[in-house]
Write a protein that binds this ligand. Structure first.
Ligand code: FAD
Length: 432
């Protein structure tokens, strides 16, 4: 493998395939290397695909991508131990126009997406692990793989090798991940006949529902849970900061079992046939964890660059967006005849700063810190709002004003006036 390429892309997840496809369409000679048996074979996702970033790359993707259901309903549940208070947004109009979010199965989706890159001219090799970056002085000039005679050279290497990015760590591009910067998520896929899902969730045809959950189910750990409808299956999962799992010493599968047994979920999940159980890390450090994004002859994209918006549970779209923008930066520099040096490649970060990717990550940069330092947001408040709803809705001969006073008293008792005020300010600051 002594051939030379314009670009080598490490990884065939959404970030890698977006970068490889963009470069190949720009007329560049691209090698994409994936360690899995096929793209998607090593990928876990919940999984909602946000259409916008894919549509920029493949406008007609709805005609050919392996999509499960388009979401017409999104629910947010605040759970306490036995009930939940929730909001629902349902818009069947999403069926008529071009839907903007879908559930997908990553194993199928990644395979299809990488195929599109191959059709554009990318050379994809699977079952090959990149072990090291090759350097000449400071400059990255290629990669060393686990194949015999496995050194390959290129003008630029794009690291799209996911959250662990062993390569970035080895090369000193990114420090070791702190346990407070990643969430450990566990997920199960349960299978059902299509009609069962449609009856249970009030959907038909290709319509789907997503439920996001916060509250006492995470036992005060910073994290969220989810339930997504696929065509013939449900994906149910929960993820919390790795540092919290270590501190609380609760095994993730125990948390998932408790979630499945919650009275709100049990009826939705009953009689499912479990076919898949997976665990995976999610980069959740946000804006502050983003490493240096480029240097002489290299760029970093997707989860490897810590691009996940954990508040809105967006990751694969940020992966595609950063992959595309990195590739466009390379194309523009090459067309201008500019060398791919550290200073020229800084253009990539500048582009990202003006995109929704960095704007959103910057907006939510304090959220984790606020939650970690104020665990009562995850325990006390879910309990209080659930009890408040119960008090208000119960018809028991007590007049409504008296009930309102009782609710106000219950809040003051647990948090005091000052505490409530300071919590409101903290939340406003974190989410503004
Ligand atoms: P990955 O998808 O991880 O791809 C990296 C690829 O690189 C892999 O195929 C891997 O095999 C390969 N690789 C790694 N090392 C090497 C090497 N040395 N050599 C060769 N190949 C290598 N995002 C959403 O948008 N919506 C959701 O609903 C959602 N839900 C999620 C639920 C869970 C449980 C998890 C874990 C994540 C979820 N995410 C979601 C996040 C999303 O999955 C990621 O943000 C996204 O997959 C990142 O894409 P990527 O291409 O950067 O990395």
């Amino acid at each position: 493998m002594k051939e030379r390429f314009d670009a080598i892309v490490v990884g065939a997840g959404p970030a890698g395939s977006a970068a490889a496809l963009t470069l190949a369409r720009g007329g560049r000679k691209v090698l994409q290397i994936e360690r899995g048996e096929y793209p998607g074979s090593k990928n876990v996702q919940g999984a909602i695909l946000y259409a916008d970033s894919l549509q920029k790359l493949i406008p007609n993707f709805r005609d050919e991508a392996p999509l499960e259901r388009h979401l017409i309903e999104q629910r947010l549940w605040i759970l306490d131990d036995r009930s939940y208070l929730g909001s629902t947004f349902r818009s069947p109009a999403a069926s008529e126009a071009e839907p903007d979010r879908y559930t997908i199965l990553r194993a199928q989706f990644d395979k299809w997406f990488a195929k599109k890159a191959e059709e554009a001219g990318v050379l994809l090799i699977c079952e090959t692990t990149v072990l090291d970056l090759l350097r000449e002085g400071k400059r990255v000039v290629g990669v060393r793989t686990d194949r015999e005679d496995g050194e390959v050279y290129a003008d630029v290497v794009i690291l799209a090798d996911g959250v662990n990015s062993v390569l970035a760590r080895k090369a000193g591009i990114r420090p070791e991940l702190g346990a407070g910067e990643v969430a450990l998520a566990v997920k199960e896929v349960l299978f059902y006949p299509q009609e069962t899902l449609e009856d249970r969730f009030g959907i038909q045809g290709e319509e789907g529902v997503a439920i996001e959950m916060v509250g006492k189910i995470t036992r005060g750990m910073v994290g969220t849970a989810f339930l997504y409808t696929n065509k013939e299956s449900l994906a149910v999962g929960i993820g919390c900061l790795l540092s919290d799992f270590r501190r609380e010493k609760i095994p993730p599968y125990v948390l998932l079992e408790r979630l499945k047994e919650h009275p709100a979920l049990r009826p939705l999940l009953r009689d499912g046939e479990m076919k898949e159980y997976t665990a995976h890390l999610i980069p959740e450090g946000g804006y502050r964890s983003i490493p240096k994004l480029s240097g002489d002859g290299w760029l970093i994209v997707g989860d490897a660059g810590m691009f996940v918006n954990s508040v809105h549970r967006e990751g694969s779209n940020l992966a595609m967006e950063t992959g595309r923008i990195a590739a466009e930066t390379v194309l523009e520099l090459k067309e201008a005849g500019a060398p791919l040096t550290e200073s020229n490649l800084r253009l990539y970060r500048r582009r990202l700063e003006s995109s929704f990717v960095m704007k959103d990550l910057r907006k939510y940069r304090h959220v984790h810190e606020v939650l970690e330092n104020n665990r009562h947001f995850l325990t006390t408040y879910p309990e209080l709002v659930n009890r408040a709803a119960e008090t208000l809705l119960r018809v028991d001969g007590v007049d409504k004003r008296a009930k309102e006073r009782e609710i106000a008293r219950s809040f003051r008792k647990r948090r005091s006036y000052r505490g409530l005020l300071s919590d409101a300010v903290k939340l406003w600051r974190a989410f503004r």
